[in-house]
Design a binder for this molecule. Structure first.
Ligand code: 8YV
Length: 319
């Protein structure tokens, strides 16, 4: 880790982090592990919970709001990742508790993977790899795929990651439009207020919008049907943004052409129906998963932790 270590603290670590970050935390602090997804209380021992001065977690795991009252000595929550949907921000704010997260440093890698998934979904690279490995090439040709360059790309949520996707897509001569509550400032791409209209127009629909209650099942059966039998859905946002049952039904019926997914409803469980479909590309929530980016995320997680423990403003506070 290049970031300096925080003063020694009692850290509640929720879920595993990257091994180097785990090790740095253990080297410099007393670390008490907890499992956000299974426990009602952060720790079996309430006396231990009362000693916790910092929580370190990751974006997909977050912090259960019900745990906060059980952690009276807490000074800071530091989350590894950009997503805020699993963090009890309002409760933390009410308590004056700083929350750190790691935006920006992952924009490139998430956008790179979005483009990779898009190209794979259209050109069927993973399916072609399976075709060659099975020896099917000896029997005949691989089916023709869908052209990528010059197509219509719809982006749902033109935040920092969405804009990085758009810049990459411009290199593929794509016609780019996006949906967002208000037009993004300083960008030349077309704003389309209606998601349904965007899906109807687009060949490829890429989701980069934040997760959470506001966007839950934003992409429903109607939107998927609008994208249509030749359309491709790419999701690097959150599983919750898509109605997964509707997605499976539309792929089955052929009302939607294909999907390339990095995120799911109940990770790491992926429905067998998706696994069984050749027109679906599957990835294990790995969009930010490069050594370079995860290192930068770890550094920022530690920097936020250190500042919070020292009572200083966080370098990257959650909004
Ligand atoms: C995870 C993510 O943080 O940043 C986010 O919101 O979902 C990811 O970058 C990463 O997969 C570690 O769990």
């Amino acid at each position: 880790m290049t970031a300096p270590a925080a003063p020694r603290a009692v850290i509640l670590q929720i879920g595993p982090l990257m091994p180097a970050l785990d090790a740095t935390l253990r080297d410099h602090h007393e670390v008490l592990p907890a499992q956000a997804l299974t426990a009602d209380a952060p720790l079996a021992n309430a006396a231990d919970a009362a000693r916790v001065t910092a929580v370190v977690t990751s974006a997909p795991v977050g912090v259960p709001a019900a745990w906060l009252p059980q952690l009276p000595a807490l000074n800071v929550v530091s989350s590894f990742g950009v997503g805020l949907d699993q963090l009890p921000l309002a409760d933390c704010r009410a308590r004056g508790l700083p929350v750190g997260y790691t935006p920006d440093v992952l924009n490139d890698c998430v956008a790179d993977l979005a483009m990779g998934l898009l190209i794979d979904g259209a050109r069927r690279i993973a399916a072609a790899d399976r075709f060659v490995r099975r020896g099917d090439w000896l029997q005949g040709r691989f089916p023709l795929a869908t052209k990528v360059s010059g197509k219509r790309l719809g982006i749902v949520g033109l935040g920092r990651i969405g804009q990085a996707v758009a810049r990459r897509a411009a290199g593929f001569d794509m016609d780019i439009a996006y949906t967002k509550r208000r037009p993004a400032e300083g960008v030349g791409w077309r704003h389309e207020p209606s998601l349904l209209a965007l899906a109807q127009w687009a060949d490829f629909l890429v989701l980069t919008v934040a997760g959470g209650a506001d966007t839950r099942h934003l992409v429903n059966a109607e939107v998927l049907r609008a994208l249509g039998p030749h359309g491709l859905l790419v999701n690097v946002a959150r599983g919750s943004v898509v109605d997964q049952a509707a997605l499976i039904a539309c792929l089955h019926s052929g009302e939607l052409g294909g999907a390339a997914l990095d995120v799911f409803d109940d990770e790491p469980r992926v429905p067998q129906a998706l696994i069984d479909m050749e027109q679906v590309v599957l990835a294990p929530h790995m969009a930010s998963g490069t050594l370079d980016t995860r290192q930068a995320m770890a550094d920022l997680t530690l920097a936020n932790l250190r500042a919070g423990l020292a009572g200083e403003p966080l370098p990257s506070p959650a909004p």
